[in-house]
Design a protein around this ligand. Structure first.
Ligand code: 5GP
Length: 194
């Protein structure tokens, strides 16, 4: 356990600011789970988890949902530089199951420009679920290029590139329990190193 703590401390020292502590995140995820349990009473929602960033969020969220749930996983890749998407989305891994007539809830890590979620909603609604909603842990409203509904939003955050709790920078920092802003000097050093 000690070496895990040390690794996390080293990773956390690459942040210039902690935006959300693990306690704040857990409190909010519990509230979201309770709200979803109330809203989907008597049904069995199908959670469409968008990999990779949402893996920690969904792991905690489902444990706060007091209903039978089914999980399906999708992976998308958006073409763009390392810190901003372009909205050109490619499905890397699709669902294994039909969602026709199901109560579908998309589970996202963060909505930034809104382009990825807009694409996903359009594509999934074409498969004719009974309902289609989104739960996103984070949203950056100032960055929105297209307006897209987020029925369940964890936190609205400023226009800053964040890592931790599933979110990465160059595939690192996903295992941080908090969410923080990358130190730009450390980010630049890592980009130059590759
Ligand atoms: P959008 O299409 O809304 O601009 O971007 C959605 C995707 O961009 C997210 O699912 C995430 O993968 C990535 N992204 C957007 N903002 C951030 C951020 O601040 N940090 C990280 N790690 N990824 C982000």
């Amino acid at each position: 356990m000690q070496s895990v703590d040390r690794t996390l401390q080293v990773l956390q020292s690459d942040l210039c600011e902690v935006l959300l502590t693990d306690i704040q995140i857990q409190d909010r995820v519990r509230q979201l789970g309770q709200q979803i349990s109330t809203d989907y009473q008597d049904s069995e929602p199908y959670l469409v988890v968008i990999l990779n960033g949402a893996f920690l969020f969904v792991a905690d969220l489902v444990r706060y949902i007091d209903l039978p749930v089914e999980l399906g996983f999708m992976a998308v890749s958006s073409y763009g530089d390392s810190t901003r998407s372009t909205g050109t989305v490619r499905i890397v891994k699709d669902l294994q199951k039909d969602i026709l007539g199901r109560e579908v809830l998309i589970v996202e890590d963060i909505v930034d420009t809104g382009l990825t979620l807009t694409y996903l909603r359009g594509m999934l609604s074409g498969r004719q679920p009974r309902t289609l909603r989104t739960v996103s842990l984070l949203s950056k409203p100032a960055c929105r290029q297209v307006q897209v509904p987020i029925e369940y939003c964890g936190f609205e955050i400023p226009d800053k590139f964040v890592v931790g709790y599933g979110l990465d920078f160059m595939q690192r920092y996903r295992n941080l329990p908090c969410i923080g802003v990358m130190d730009p000097t450390k980010a630049a050093a890592q980009e130059n190193h590759t």
